[in-house]
Design a protein around this ligand. Structure first.
Ligand code: F6R
Length: 368
């Protein structure tokens, strides 16, 4: 059932082109420049009346929420707040009827997310659940649900659930943008054309695996890792660090590049590998992230740069480069996550860890 792979996680990483194609299937109306969700039940009036979006999630799903904020704010011009569900539910949150509250959850059963979601509903918000598991509690509790269609995810460390959440959020951002009139038909068509290319791009980026394995071998005994990214690459940095922690048990931190000088720079020495996610795009403040690479190098740190295929600048500065196909700023998180999943997988595998069942973790966290 592992389809020739040693671990489910590895299989699920390689399933992503197919999983994302399933997320997109039947939902892109290219000629109309619109998105179709068969469960959709929000009227134009309702969508126009929303004043705010609050995203509730935990762990990896929270990271997709942070990326989703960039998508929804940029295409639908609605302010988005991304909240850790476990924090939201234990304070006195501000929720109004004009708020759209989105829960993101692979399992649809995470106790903290479900608790926060029910609280938001009780306070009168309109609720939307983005889940992978059909019939799960969150899909039942919500006013509207959208499935990610990744197929069953068995590895405890989330991979295809994450990238399909990103793609679902992108589709949602296009849909909201069209309904709110912030996105033109032509604009939507452009976004949809790019989305349609994602399965092929993921196939291409998976070819970086031999290079990622070399990096994994060199750093498999490191004690700490730092991951840096800016803008939409910030959640990718957080996710890269979480994946590595979970299955390799190496301490790792994800940081927004601009924050490095406010603390984590003190950690850098010759032993410290720093993964810098630096696709070339103005939204990602490429020149600034190049500055981060220089700062790390000046202190003897080892830089592993995830860069566009045609990049010639970061190339000369980094110790190792992992090249990925160039994607738009909003899509780059989907593409750039793949090498980080592979890095975590290979480091953990080389260390002899139980990749699919990491210690102390459960696939579905139903305790609060
Ligand atoms: C990380 C991971 C966890 C989950 C989190 C939320 O690889 O799997 O961080 O993302 O427990 O789970 P769901 O998405 O099921 O609510």
């Amino acid at each position: 059932e592992k389809g020739g792979y040693k671990h489910f996680m590895h299989k699920e990483i390689h399933e992503q082109p197919r999983a994302i194609a399933d997320t997109l299937r039947g939902r892109m109306l290219l000629s109309e420049g619109d998105v179709h969700f068969d469960t959709w039940n929000l009227s134009l009036e309702q969508v126009k009346s929303f004043t705010k979006v609050t995203i509730l999630a935990c762990g990896t799903s929270w990271h997709s929420g942070v990326a989703g904020k960039h998508m929804i704010e940029s295409l639908a011009r609605l302010p988005v707040e991304v909240e850790l569900a476990s924090e939201f539910r234990y304070r006195d949150p501000i929720v109004e009827k004009s708020h759209l509250v989105i829960a993101i959850s692979q399992s649809g059963e995470t106790a903290d997310t479900l608790g926060a979601f029910k609280e938001a509903k009780r306070l009168g918000a309109h609720t939307l659940a983005i889940c992978n598991v059909i019939g799960s509690a969150m899909t039942r509790e919500s006013d509207l649900h959208i499935l990610t269609n990744a197929g069953p995810e068995i590895g405890v460390a989330s991979t295809k659930a994450f990238t399909t959440q990103l793609v679902t959020l992108y589709l949602l951002a296009v849909k909201l943008g069209r309904m709110r009139g912030t996105l033109s038909v032509e604009g939507a068509q452009e976004h949809l054309t790019q989305l349609a290319q994602v399965p092929k791009m993921i196939e291409d980026v998976l070819k970086c695996e031999p290079q990622v394995k070399r990096v994994a071998r060199e750093f498999m005994n490191a004690q700490d890792f730092l991951f840096l990214g800016r803008g939409p690459m910030h959640p990718v940095a957080l996710e890269g660090a979480l994946k590595l922690k979970e299955i390799s048990y190496i301490h790792a931190e994800g940081y927004a590049g601009g924050e490095m000088k406010h603390g984590p720079i003190a950690l850098i020495d010759e032993k410290m590998p720093v993964v810098v996610i630096a696709p070339k795009h103005p939204h990602v403040a490429y020149e600034k992230i190049i500055g981060n690479i220089e700062e790390v190098r000046a202190r003897g740190g080892k830089v592993i740069a995830v860069i566009d295929e045609d990049d010639t600048q970061a190339d000369t500065l980094a110790d190792h480069v992992i090249r990925i196909p160039a994607a738009s700023a909003l899509l780059a998180p989907v593409v750039a996550t793949i090498p980080l999943q592979l890095l975590a997988y290979h480091v953990a595998e080389m260390r002899g860890n139980d990749v699919d069942q990491p210690r102390n973790l459960a696939k579905s966290v139903t305790v609060e």
